[in-house]
Design a protein around this ligand. Structure first.
Ligand SMILES: *Cc1c(COP(=O)(O)O)cnc(C)c1O
Length: 425
C-alpha cells in the first residue's frame, strides 16, 4: 500500500539521519514509517503512492488556510519573478511587520528570522541583554525550538534546576533554565520567590500545544504577567503555533494579556520558512543596529517568504475564526463521543482550530498528565486512522490542527473513519 514511500524511506535512511529532516516525522512513536508526500491541496495530501489523506497536521501548524491556497500561490508566483533573495530591505517585509504589529497587542516592533527556533533563541538573548540577568523560567512540556537553553530535561516538582535533555549541550548552558510544571500557579510563585531577582524572563506557550493540547487554567497566564512585572523579568509568549491561530491576534488577543516579547513562526510564513520575534518598542530598540544586542540573518526577510506570509495574513483577516472554532469543537466532541462508545477512555479537548486526543479518563493539565495517557492505544488509533486515509500527527504529544479548507464533509469522513475503528485492547 505504501510501497513507494517505503522505497524512498530506505534510500533516505542511507543519506539522512533516520531518513528525516526533523525527528518526529520518522513516525517511530507510533510504530510506523513516514509517508512521502507528492503534493497537497486544500486539506488533502497525496502521497508518493497516489493515496489521498485528510490532513490534520498541516505542516505542524502553518497551513491554516489549507495547502496551495490560491492567493498565497499567486503571491509567490509574482514574487519569484522578481528574484528570490536580495540581502537588502524589500517592501513586503515592512508590510508584513505592519500587519503583525497591528494584530498583536504586545508587539510594537518586530524582527524577522528564519525559524521559530531562531526567534525563541533571539528573544531570550534580548531579554537577558535588557535585564542584565541570566535565568529563564520555562514550563515542563513546552517546546520553544531546539536552541540549547530550552532543551532541558523535564524535572518534576518545583523549579528543578535543569540538566540538558540531549547530548551536545554543556550543563552550564541549561544551568540557568528553571523548570516549572505547566499550569502550576503555586510552583511559579515559589520559583519567582526564590529566583526572581536573577530571572531575565519567563517563557511560555500561552496555550500548550507540544504536549498534546493543554489550555491554560484560569489565572495561570495572569499570574505570570503579574509575577514577571513584580520581579522585573520579561514575559515572553511563544506564539509560534497560537499566533494567528488561537485568534487572529494570537493568544494574547484571546486572553487579553500583553506579553513583553512575542515569538512567532509557522503561520506568518504562509508555508515558507519564517520566524519572528517582537515586542514593546523599549525592548526591541535594544536589538542591533539600534541597540547593543546582536542578531542577524543572511536570508531574514526573504522576499518569497514575506510575500507568502503577507498574502496569508491578508486572507486570514477576512475569515471567520469563530466559525472554524465551532466546527473544530463539534468535531472534537463527536470524535470523543464515538471513541467512548467503544468503551475507550478518551479526552478530546479543543481550542480555536486545535484539538487533542488523550487516551485517559482524567483532565490533562500538564506534562505528567500527558505522560500517563495510554500510548499503545494512541498507536493503535493512529495506524487505523491512517489506513483509512486520515493523516494525524504521529505522536500523542502533538496537537491536531484544522484549517479553513476543512469542510463539513471532511470532518464527517474523518468521523466515519473513527466509527470503523476496532480497538484490540
Ligand atoms: C514549532 C515550534 C517552535 C519551533 O519552530 P521551528 O520553526 O520548528 O524552529 C517553537 N515554539 C513552538 C511553540 C513551536 O510549536
Amino acid at each position: 500500500m505504501d510501497e513507494t514511500s517505503k522505497r524512498f524511506f530506505t534510500e533516505a535512511r542511507r543519506v539522512i539521519p533516520g531518513g528525516v529532516n526533523s525527528p518526529v516525522r520518522a513516525c517511530r512513536n507510533v510504530d510506523s514509517e513516514p509517508l512521502f508526500i507528492a503534493k497537497a491541496a486544500g486539506c488533502r495530501l497525496t502521497d508518493a503512492d497516489g493515496r489521498e489523506y485528510i490532513d490534520f497536521v498541516l505542516s505542524w501548524g502553518p497551513m491554516i488556510l489549507g495547502h496551495a491556497e490560491p492567493s498565497v500561490t499567486a503571491a509567490l508566483h509574482a514574487a519569484i519573478e522578481r528574484g528570490t533573495s536580495y540581502g537588502a530591505p524589500c517592501p513586503d517585509e515592512v508590510a508584513l511587520a505592519e500587519e503583525i504589529c497591528a494584530a498583536l497587542p504586545g508587539v510594537e516592533m518586530i524582527r524577522m528570522v528564519n525559524s521559530g527556533t531562531e526567534a525563541a533563541m533571539s528573544a531570550l538573548r534580548l531579554a537577558r541583554g535588557v535585564t542584565g540577568r541570566d535565568k529563564v523560567v520555562k514550563f515542563v512540556g513546552c517546546y520553544h525550538g531546539h536552541a540549547d537553553p530550552f532543551l532541558a530535561a523535564a524535572g518534576s516538582g518545583v523549579a528543578t534546576f535543569a540538566i540538558p535533555g540531549t547530548p551536545g549541550i554543556p550543563a552550564a548552558v541549561t544551568a540557568d533554565t528553571l523548570l516549572v510544571p505547566y499550569n502550576d500557579i503555586d510552583a511559579a510563585r515559589e520559583c519567582f520567590a526564590a529566583h526572581g531577582a536573577q530571572t531575565a524572563a519567563v517563557i511560555v506557550e500561552p496555550v500548550a500545544a507540544n504536549m498534546g493540547l493543554v489550555p491554560p487554567v484560569p489565572g495561570f497566564l495572569e499570574t505570570l504577567r503579574s509575577l514577571s512585572r513584580e520581579h522585573g523579568a520579561l514575559l515572553i509568549f511563544d506564539e509560534v503555533i497560537t499566533g494567528f491561530r488561537a485568534a487572529y491576534g494570537g493568544a494574547q488577543e484571546r486572553f487579553g494579556i500583553a506579553p513583553d516579547l512575542t515569538v512567532l513562526g509557522k503561520i506568518i510564513g504562509g508555508g515558507l520558512p519564517v520566524g519572528a520575534f517582537g515586542g514593546k518598542k523599549e525592548y526591541m530598540e535594544q536589538v542591533a543596529p539600534d541597540g547593543p544586542v546582536y542578531q542577524a540573518g543572511t536570508l531574514s526577510g526573504n522576499p518569497l517568504a514575506m510575500a507568502a506570509g503577507l498574502a496569508a495574513l491578508r486572507k486570514l483577516k477576512s475569515l471567520d475564526y469563530q466559525e472554524l472554532e465551532r466546527r473544530t469543537q463539534a468535531f472534537a466532541a463527536e470524535l470523543g463521543h464515538i471513541l467512548r462508545s467503544k468503551g475507550v477512555a478518551v479526552r478530546t479537548p479543543s481550542l480555536s482550530s486545535m484539538f487533542g486526543i488523550f487516551f485517559t479518563d482524567r483532565d490533562v493539565r500538564n506534562m505528567d498528565d500527558t505522560r500517563r495517557c495510554d500510548q499503545r492505544r494512541f498507536t493503535d488509533f493512529y495506524k487505523q486512522m491512517r489506513a483509512r486515509g486520515i493523516y494525524l500527527a504521529p505522536s500523542a504529544f502533538e496537537t491536531g490542527m484544522t484549517s479553513f479548507a476543512h469542510r463539513e464533509k471532511d470532518f464527517a469522513d474523518t468521523l466515519d473513519a473513527a466509527r470503523a475503528i476496532v480497538f484490540d485492547c
